[in-house]
Design a binder for this molecule. Sequence first.
Ligand code: ZN
Length: 512
Amino acid sequence: MYQVLARKYRPKIFDEIAGQDNIVQTLKNAVIHDRIAHAYIFSGTRGVGKTSIARILAKSINCENGPTINPCGVCSACVQIQNGSSVDVIEIDGASNTGVDAIRDLKENIIYLPQSFKYKIYIIDEVHMLSNSAFNALLKTLEEPPAHAKFIFATTELHKVPETILSRCQRFNFKRIPTDIIYRKLKEIAAAEDISVTDENLMIMASLADGSVRDSLTTFDTIISYFGKDIKEDVSPVLGLTVKATIIELIGAIFKKDYESSIRLAKEIYDSGADIRQFMKQLAFHIRNILMIKLKYKDMINDMTDEEINALIPLAEQKHSEELLDMIDILLNSDAKYQKISSPSLMLELTLFRLINIPSKHNVTELVNKIDKFISLKTNQAENTKIEGKTNKFNVNDGAALTPPAPAFDASFARMETPPKTGAPANTHADRQVKIAPKDNYNMSAASDELFAHWGKIDEKLAQENDGQETNALMDDGIKANEAEKIDESIIMESIKDIFGKDIERIDKTKK
Ligand SMILES: [Zn+2]
């Protein structure tokens, strides 16, 4: 008879638990030093090992060779606990409506000594689902538990468990299992089951599981029953996902501002029956990964194989990190923005238009053209001097595709419309916290050359800063905008000081 993978590969000893090292170590120490608490509460999302660890702990305590961190697995205690037939290890499902009865039984029977083993162990799953009366009954026994009784509670919603219960338990918060650990687990199981499956497919299943080993194994079962033992073909469509190659092709088209290909691919994706909202999430995650590559946080990408990451590098070179951030923002907000649109394909198309139309952030050529236009206007007025165009002179390649200069000033450059007045720039920038001392015979053309040379340097410096950030691993979602802004600001201030000399000073608002 076929046994589902999640059951067959359920961990039987502590060392088989994946991704909960701290909890496992703490519990092992408790067993070794015979300091097992009378009540534990395990919280965390589904399928992260709460019940598995509860059973392993029960075996550790009750094993004939115990207490031991390596329960033998063959004594009657181990075998009975393993298959759930022990009368002394009682598993209660808080979510079922027998919860109240079970707690009533618990209250009546807990006083009696265990029948065959050393301890009576109550494992209550989804404990937050118990009714108030059940909690009250439980509380009484928790206040004065008999020496032969232990409790292990598990919950996916810790905040719903009354404080009076929590305060009597040792708490453990179970983490989501990192995708790469799930991936390795799936790879092991594939080898053990003699299943031939590509790394890319294993990665898709691992990342879809959202931190739950059990979910990943359930998905693997589905895929095995669909493909058999030879899983070479991309499994994405079977799981309602869009194949990665299509997503990468679409991102390429968006980056190139290729409307036609984008819309064609969007139609293909829609026609394939993909869930558009799920697809937008996939797209957002891919762009997030491109951003991680851009910021040199390759280690933060854990849902792609090395080959897949390498394929994204050329895309990372095409966009500035702020543009990528904007794109992720658009994708994550599109659901709310277009919720009134009943047509998912229209929602997708509108979102693509917005992604394609994100303004380039660091288009230096465009900026140079605008400044030059302004300078030639001013200097023509003052000295009637012709200034050569400097297009492409400072082609600082940030990766952004250089588009032709826009005909008019846009809002993002509005501040450039009022640079210091020639000859009398004192206090011009006071409202922007920067004071510029008067300078005789101030040469705007030379100043602009100098300024852009410095911007080139700033860009290099920022690139170096990004290189240096590799050691900074304290990132949650990989985005650290505030830190980057700080660096940016200080470097810009430094450069302004370099250009305008010491006469420039910050006006501290707190001082008079
Ligand atoms: Zn045993």
